[in-house]
Write a protein that binds this ligand. Structure first.
Ligand code: NAD
Length: 495
């Protein structure tokens, strides 16, 4: 049985807690590995090593940090196929999707390669007579990332490059459901030449997370995962005096106006609803069909859904893979019945698809006539189930999104520029797509939702992410002028 250990101080370290968990290939249902689950003491040893590495790293020149980051980027690109293979074998998504997620992660390494520009400070010369004031941003120390199963390459890369390039040391606690990919990326990080101890991976569950939340040397926590856990991480981390950014669950709406290009909207709904088996925090899970758009739109989505090729993600013909675990697959399937029982119309029932073997597969489902009191609407399903809510007006669509608890991403399909502008300004969500169904910001903007999709104030990656991993230091300077000498007991004046 393949064992997945920890990566501490640049070395693979077998776990000592005596606890481990099976890792599955979701396409076959087989257990492929056992991952060690770290104890509080193992987390402490990683944090101590990271603190030591940080104290040297913070004094390493930006030129050196940047050059290593370029080498890391090159290694991620050179190993793209191997990363995608590992990712698909534990997550299940199709290989092209795995490669695509890595490419989106690499954007963040590229942003970090520009640290020389991004970390430039500011200077106010002669702020008061003979006095200069400057601001620089300095690293925090040891910071930690706790990441979900659904993007095991991209989400660790949302955080590690910025944190490291800014001068911090990092502890990654990846999802215990697909840990091989982040472990491999951390190995490439070391191969690039970064010092030992700067990036440590502790595999684990709640015990490891709690140890990070309580450790006095961990200065900041970046979390991505479900809303209940995000709430817990934010409350516990901030109570322990840490900076916390906690990105959470979602229920993303795609509004289709009657003037929209119906084929474009249907293509978008299918790819954003069923891509990665709907296990994306930016997946579309509710299509809001306004007025006359409903009939032709549902017909076009149904026709595309019926044609979807579902199978092992390593098969080049597959467009959608399995779900992450058997329990999750069964939970997702239960929502189709719940929708039908509540009076919705099941247009395509994914439970009717049949699959060979023991993989965690479920077909894609389309449910029409959903209302906002049904559990298919109120709950985050996180699977290939697309609900359609019909409304008469654009106002009702905007109002529905505002009343929904989450606010991660949303999209509008229309040809009307005025409607698009109004949507962009009024809609209650952190990331907006206009004729773009999954508006994940590029690496030089920042990622984060609103309301129950985000706890904290500084969102992830890009300029906001860099702020999160640095703190300002302001220095006020006066040099003695030998020609004048006077005692001044007051504050500097504005003269
Ligand atoms: P999860 O909340 O179950 O797990 C996330 C992390 O928290 C994992 O590392 C896990 O080990 C840890 N964890 C789980 N239970 C814990 C507990 N009781 N105490 C402490 N730590 C715990 O999420 P998941 O199932 O891995 O990922 C799917 C969820 O993540 C979905 O809700 C999805 O919307 C969300 N997500 C959000 C974003 C975003 O950017 N907003 C991105 C990706 C995924």
């Amino acid at each position: 049985m393949n064992k997945i250990h920890h990566l501490i101080d640049g070395k693979t370290v077998p776990g000592t807690s005596g606890r481990s968990k099976p890792v599955f290939n979701p396409a076959t249902g087989e257990v492929t590995s056992e991952v060690d689950l770290a104890s509080t003491a193992e987390v402490d040893s990683a944090v101590q090593v990271a603190e030591k590495a940080y104290r040297e790293w913070r004094d390493t020149s930006i030129a050196k940090r940047t050059s290593l980051m370029y080498d890391f980027r090159a290694l991620c690109i050179a190993n793209r196929d191997e990363i995608a293979r590992r990712l698909t074998s534990e997550h299940g998504k199709v290989l092209s999707d795995s490669a695509g997620e890595l490419a989106r992660g690499i954007e963040n390494i590229e942003f970090a390669c520009g640290m020389s520009e991004a970390l430039k400070g500011s200077l106010s010369s002669n702020a008061s007579t003979g006095i200069d004031v400057s601001t620089i941003r300095q690293p925090l120390g040891v910071v930690a990332g706790i990441t979900p199963f659904n993007f095991p390459a991209m989400i660790p890369l949302w955080t590690i490059p910025n944190a490291i390039a800014a001068g911090n040391a990092f502890i990654l606690k990846p999802s215990e459901r697909d840990p091989s990919t982040p472990m491999f990326i951390a190995e490439l990080f070391h191969e690039a030449g970064f010092p030992d101890g700067l990036l440590n991976v502790v595999n684990g569950d709640k015990e490891a997370v709690d140890a990070l939340l309580e450790h006095e040397l961990v200065r900041a926590i970046s979390f991505v995962g479900s809303t209940p856990i995000a709430r817990y991480i934010y409350a516990t981390g901030t109570a322990n005096g840490k900076r916390v950014q906690a990105l959470a669950g979602a229920k993303n709406h795609m509004v289709v106006l009657p003037d929209a290009d119906i084929n474009m909207a249907a293509d978008a709904a299918v790819s954003a609803g069923f891509g990665s088996a709907g296990e994306r925090c930016m997946a579309i899970s509710v299509v809001v069909a306004v007025g006359d758009s409903a009939g032709p739109l549902i017909e076009a989505i149904k026709e595309r859904t019926d044609r979807l090729v579902i199978g092992d993600g390593t098969d080049a013909a597959s467009e959608m893979g399995p779900l992450i675990t058997e329990e999750h697959r069964d939970r997702v399937a239960s929502y189709i019945q719940a929708g039908a029982d509540a009076g919705a119309t099941v247009v395509v029932d994914g439970r009717e698809n049949t699959f060979d073997g023991n993989g965690f597969f479920l077909g894609a489902s389309l449910i029409d006539n959903v209302t906002t009191d049904m559990s298919v609407y109120t709950d985050e399903i996180f699977g290939p189930v697309l609900s359609v809510v019909r409304v008469d007006t654009f106002d009702e669509a905007i109002d529905m999104i505002e009343k929904n608890a989450w606010g991660n991403g949303t999209a509008l399909f229309t040809r009307d520029g005025g409607a698009a502008r109004r949507f962009q300004h009024e809609v209650e969500a952190g990331m907006v797509g206009i004729n773009v169904p999954v508006p994940v910001p590029v690496g030089y903007h920042s990622f984060g939702g609103w309301n129950d999709s985000f706890f904290g104030d500084t969102t992830m990656y890009g300029p906001e992410g860099l702020r999160f991993y640095t703190r300002p230091k302001v220095t006020t300077t006066r040099w003695p002028d030998p020609s004048t000498s006077s005692v001044n007991l007051g504050f500097p004046t504005n003269e």
